[in-house]
Design a protein around this ligand. Structure first.
Ligand code: SF4
Ligand code: SF4
Length: 389
């Protein structure tokens, strides 16, 4: 198969943070120390090689790119200070931007001022749009959905979900086509017959259940080379709490909407704290706040190798996650107070606007790895890399 060389690939990757990878002389130290190398004797230096020679299609089709959780062990041992761990992170940023046809992800990564302005403006637009339809503020009880009608929030949420779904699907299809073409995996290998379906179901379980939700690689392999820290500061745990917290809050919101549609419980109807959907929101909200707070502290303190360098995109995502969690908790507190505090209504408006923005921007920033990583791991489990050196 003919290989297309793109001389602009390396300079482009350097804009995403792969500053020093040109210095790599393919010695293989990073491969020797990487806890994820398995039987693939070419990871991660093969991907570095793609960048050096301009093999853009091959780089974008590298499912192994997404198996790396940036433990930073390879960067510690690289004799050329080529920062292979940082390169892998930069290549993932580049991949997210390349899978997105709107180029919004590229703007978010490469133009931090404009990216931050877009994030702030989006939240303001959502808030103003909802405020334009606001009703009275009840002073005796916190009647949130009298202030902002639940139908408006539901319809706005639905519109956001449709945009996110389409953008996410387009990215997944682009990524899947890159990998499937490079791996020679056709529809038949995934769906053709009982044996293929069985293999696909197993690969899906490993990708989604074991490695993504269960964090197996992060928890076992990456943790094995990390500097010792208190258990509550372990990278895999903070990553897991943030991910489970976000997914749990998202699930609680969808479930609340579903109960409303089924006529079981109207959105906003007062329920005790143990009511399952509310309990799910409270517990996962606490997980999200703890996870993101510690991740922010780790970045501020440069507490481990993987957070020595931070991009503005890292801060944007962590800030949005943290603000969503904290404003949700402040709202919960306001609901428990005997008298309805006026600030509860403004926190509500802020919370909904930021949460909508977070979901809407998900396919265009680092959060997109929530879907790209499982897709790559699916292909990885379906067809592990050859062990050729
Ligand atoms: S250890 Fe450094 S120089 Fe050696 S292959 Fe890896 S990135 Fe290249
Ligand atoms: S950062 Fe860790 S997992 Fe990623 S390539 Fe380097 S050693 Fe391997």
């Amino acid at each position: 198969m003919a290989v297309t060389i793109d001389p602009a690939l390396l300079p482009e990757l350097q804009r995403y943070g792969a500053f020093d990878v040109a210095a790599c002389f393919n010695c293989g130290n990073c491969t020797a120390v990487c806890p994820l190398t398995d039987d693939d004797a070419t990871f991660p230096r093969r991907i570095i090689r793609y960048a050096q020679v301009g093999m853009k299609a091959e780089l974008l089709a590298s499912k192994e790119l997404w198996t790396c959780y940036y433990c930073g062990e390879c960067s510690e041992t690289c004799p050329r200070q080529a920062e292979p761990g940082e390169f892998m992170a930069a290549a993932r940023r580049y991949a997210i931007a390349s899978y997105d046809r709107t180029r919004l992800a590229r703007t978010m990564y490469l133009q931090p001022v404009i990216g931050t302005a877009i994030a702030v403006m989006l939240a303001a637009v959502f808030a103003m749009f909802m405020y334009a339809a606001h009703g009275p503020q009840d002073g005796s009880t916190l009647a949130l959905f009298q202030f902002i009608p639940s139908e408006l929030i539901h319809n706005l949420g639905l519109a956001v979900m449709i945009v996110v779904g389409l953008a996410g699907l387009a990215g997944i299809v682009t990524m899947g086509r890159h990998i499937a073409k490079s791996e020679g995996v056709g529809w038949g290998a995934v769906f053709g017959g009982r044996a293929a379906l069985g293999r696909s179901a197993r690969a899906l379980w490993i990708a989604l259940g074991i490695d993504s939700l269960g964090q197996r690689r992060y928890r076992k392999d990456c943790e094995s080379v990390q500097e010792p820290v208190a258990w509550y500061r372990r990278r895999w745990l903070l990553h897991a709490l943030t991910m489970w917290g976000f997914l749990g809050l998202f699930g609680a919101t969808i479930a609340d909407y579903g109960l409303d549609l089924l006529g079981v419980k109207a959105t906003g109807a007062p329920v005790p704290v143990w009511y399952p959907v509310r309990l799910l929101g409270t517990v996962t909200g606490a997980m999200l706040i703890f996870g993101t707070t510690m991740l922010i502290l780790n970045r501020l303190q440069k507490a481990n190798r993987s957070v020595r360098k931070s991009q503005s995109a890292d801060w944007t995502l962590l800030s949005l996650l943290w603000l969503t969690g904290v404003s949700g908790f402040a709202l919960e507190l306001a609901l428990y107070l005997p008298q309805a505090p006026a600030w509860g209504y403004w926190v509500f408006l802020f919370h909904v606007a930021v949460a909508m923005e977070l979901v809407l921007l998900a396919p265009f920033m680092k959060l997109a790895h929530v879907v790209y990583r499982p897709v790559a791991l699916f292909f990885y489990s379906l067809k592990p890399s050859p062990s050729a050196g």
